[in-house]
Design a protein around this ligand. Structure first.
Ligand code: AMP
Ligand code: MN
Ligand code: MN
Ligand code: MN
Length: 279
């Protein structure tokens, strides 16, 4: 194995346990092929991926136990990446189970709302699409595509599921303080995921990072996926200003398409203190 490079950390990625396309083992092999040294699998509101990992394939790859938790702040759906979480702790598993319950309740509400738009009885199909994976809006997008309501999953998000649309249901998610506090109480590290994806004004973004830190949050995702370097530098500034640590990740979901490739995000700007410095 080549060790002739700076350590590559990818602390945000998805598998078939939520809305990713690759199985946990396939993701690990892909990360290794991309020279990733430290990988966190961070599926939406589930840690199920970790139960199916074949540790014999890890080789020199270090796995950080993680999850991407959905929460509600200021009527927005905000994502918190939890790192170094205790996978076998009963209290933490109960915390994750509540998140899954919120996903199921939310799916029912989304289906009711879409029924009012004329798409009746789509929930059974959506549940079948999700199978054992954490049910999410991408499964609704697939079902809307299958019934011919849209021509692509992108169109499904644009018309029915994305920010501010009918299917953008937030009320089932626990408040930010509860999620960040729960991660902290479990001994994990809470990271504010992709801060620029919420389309907040500057002052709202400052308010969010303030509330996040007050709740026990420790880091912000300064580098996320294909985000351009100018934006990463802005987030680096915010990170230093708020005295928070910095994280980075691809947010990989599937090969090709619009998602970043695992391990291929840019490195953290130098002025940031990496979240792994305290590990
Ligand atoms: P959920 O976790 O159920 O709230 O769904 C959010 C997920 O949907 C994100 O993590 C993405 O994987 C996916 N997603 C969000 N916006 C889009 C979009 N415009 N096109 C395709 N997928 C999207
Ligand atoms: Mn996703
Ligand atoms: Mn996210
Ligand atoms: Mn993600």
């Amino acid at each position: 194995m080549s060790t002739n490079h700076a350590t590559i950390y990818d602390l945000h990625s998805h598998t078939t346990a939520s809305d990713g396309e690759l199985s946990p083992n396939a993701l690990i092999l892909r990360a290794k092929a991309a020279d990733v040294d430290v990988l966190a699998i961070t599926d939406h509101d589930t840690i199920a991926a970790y139960a199916s990992i074949d540790t014999s394939i890890l080789g020199g790859l270090t796995l950080i136990a993680g999850a991407e938790l959905s929460t509600q702040w200021n009527k927005k759906n905000i994502h918190i990446v939890a790192l170094n979480i205790p996978l076998t702790c009963n209290a933490f598993n109960a915390f994750i189970a509540r998140q899954q319950q919120s996903r199921i309740e939310r799916a029912t509400i989304i289906a009711e709302k879409l029924a009012k738009k004329g798409f009746k009885d789509i929930l059974p199909g959506v549940l079948a699409k999700a199978g054992k994976s954490a049910i999410g809006r991408p499964h609704f997008a697939q079902q809307l595509l299958e019934i011919g309501a849209v021509r692509s999953t992108e169109e499904a998000f644009k018309k029915y599921l994305g920010n501010g649309k009918t299917g953008d249901v937030k009320q089932t998610w626990a408040p930010l303080e509860e999620i960040v506090g729960g991660i902290r109480d479990a001994g994990g590290t809470a990271v504010l995921a992709h801060p620029l994806k919420y389309r907040l004004t500057r002052s709202k973004l400052h308010q969010l990072t303030y509330d996040f830190k007050a709740a026990g949050g420790e880091a912000i995702e300064v580098v996320s996926g294909k985000q351009d370097i100018i934006k990463s530098n802005e987030l680096a500034k915010l990170c230093v200003q708020k005295n928070l640590l910095a994280s980075c990740g691809s947010d990989f979901h599937q090969p090709g398409k619009s998602w970043a490739e695992v391990g291929k995000h840019s490195r953290l700007p130098e002025q940031c203190t990496p979240v792994w410095d305290r590990w």
